[in-house]
Design a protein around this ligand. Structure first.
Ligand SMILES: Cc1cc2nc3c(=O)[nH]c(=O)nc-3n(C[C@H](O)[C@H](O)[C@H](O)COP(=O)(O)OP(=O)(O)OC[C@H]3O[C@@H](n4cnc5c(N)ncnc54)[C@H](O)[C@@H]3O)c2cc1C
Length: 310
């Protein structure tokens, strides 16, 4: 029984989501291999070989894999899929783009967004915005899985001694082509990797107030900035800051929610955070039901005071 983890990488280094996926793969019980499908990706391959618990890294190098086109990456996975009992992807935009293609071609059911491995064929996954946990047993020969990264600790980035093999890169599928990419650049930590997140809600009232009140707190704590969907929909914060069921799923060491009511769709994205602090002027706000520390206060007073105290 061998599991294959599809690495998330930038050709030179391995992205953190890969590490949580390796932990999930190890829990499946067998050997763990990592596929690095990229172009000039030898450095990423070397980094993957250092991950604790990985026994083999396969580097597939081809110009067709330079831009991570899902059609080509899926073909690369399928080229070696028959060697594996489990194929695991991080539940990221990339992983979720490739995994269904692989599952469909293998004629198996995808097992989505797992948060726990009970046994090699039985997995747990949240449903109904995290309000229930489904235990899913699969009888498929190959388990194609996406892994909710917040459900698993990151494997250590060093300590591994995997062998590195090269595989022939697939030819371009011809089904899609790379046109361009606009990447958001930010000085702040990326939300899904941030150790601390400060999030603002509808209560902020405007984009200007959101920046004026929340940014100094994020700066003091070197935190990522998040937002509720109401704040995003109202234009107070950009779309990629949204935390929740239809935004990002995060589990930082510290999550500070200011002026966020705590609707289930928001909680679905942050309730696994290690320590949750809520600031809300309504003591009945549902956010307090998941908060470790709650402050019933006007955020326009409390947040600047907090910044000053820090
Ligand atoms: C299918 C679906 C998917 C969704 N996905 C998401 C998602 O991914 N993420 C998400 O966040 N939401 C999501 N939502 C929306 C969600 O249901 C809520 O509408 C949203 O989270 C509310 O945002 P909010 O808490 O900022 O606003 P509100 O619910 O309006 O809460 C504002 C809070 O601020 C408090 N407040 C007001 N003034 C102050 C002040 N001066 N100081 C302190 N506190 C103050 C109020 O007491 C209140 O609790 C989704 C909804 C649906 C139907």
């Amino acid at each position: 029984m061998t599991a294959l983890v599809i690495a998330e990488h930038d050709h030179a280094s391995i992205k953190p989501a890969t590490l949580n996926t390796v932990t999930a793969a190890l829990a499946c019980g067998g050997d763990v291999h990592v596929l690095v499908a990229g172009a000039n990706a030898a450095e990423a391959g070397k980094a993957a070989a250092q991950i604790a618990g990985v026994s083999k890294v396969i580097v597939a190098d081809s110009p067709s894999l330079a831009e991570n086109l899902a059609e080509n990456v899926a073909a690369q996975v399928l080229a070696i899929a028959s060697n594996y009992s489990h194929i695991l992807f991080p539940s990221t935009a990339n992983g979720k783009n490739v995994a269904p293609r692989v599952a469909a071609k293998l004629d198996v059911a995808q097992i989505s967004d797992i948060t726990k491995v009970d046994s090699p064929d039985t997995f747990e996954r949240p449903i109904y915005a995290g309000n229930a946990i489904a235990t899913v047993q699969s009888s498929d020969a190959t388990k194609v899985i996406t892994v909710r990264t917040t459900g698993f600790d990151a494997a250590a980035v060093t300590g591994g001694t995997a062998t590195v093999e090269t595989a022939e890169g697939v030819a371009d599928s011809g089904k899609s082509s790379f046109v361009g990419r606009e990447v958001t650049k930010s000085e702040r930590p990326e939300l899904t990797a941030a150790k601390i997140i400060v999030s603002g809600g509808r209560a902020l009232g405007s984009a200007e107030k959101f920046t004026e009140v929340m940014a100094p707190l994020a700066d003091k704590l070197n935190a990522g900035l998040g937002a509720s969907r109401a704040a995003v929909d109202a234009g107070y914060a950009p779309n990629d800051w949204q935390v929740g069921q239809t935004g990002k799923i995060v589990a930082p060491q510290l999550y500070i929610a200011a002026g966020i009511s705590g609707a289930i769709q928001h909680l679905a994205g942050m309730k696994d955070s290690k320590v949750i602090v809520a600031i809300n002027k309504d003591e009945e706000a549902p956010i307090f039901s998941v908060a470790d520390y709650g402050l019933v206060a006007d955020l326009f007073v409390a947040v600047p005071e907090l910044v000053k105290a820090l």
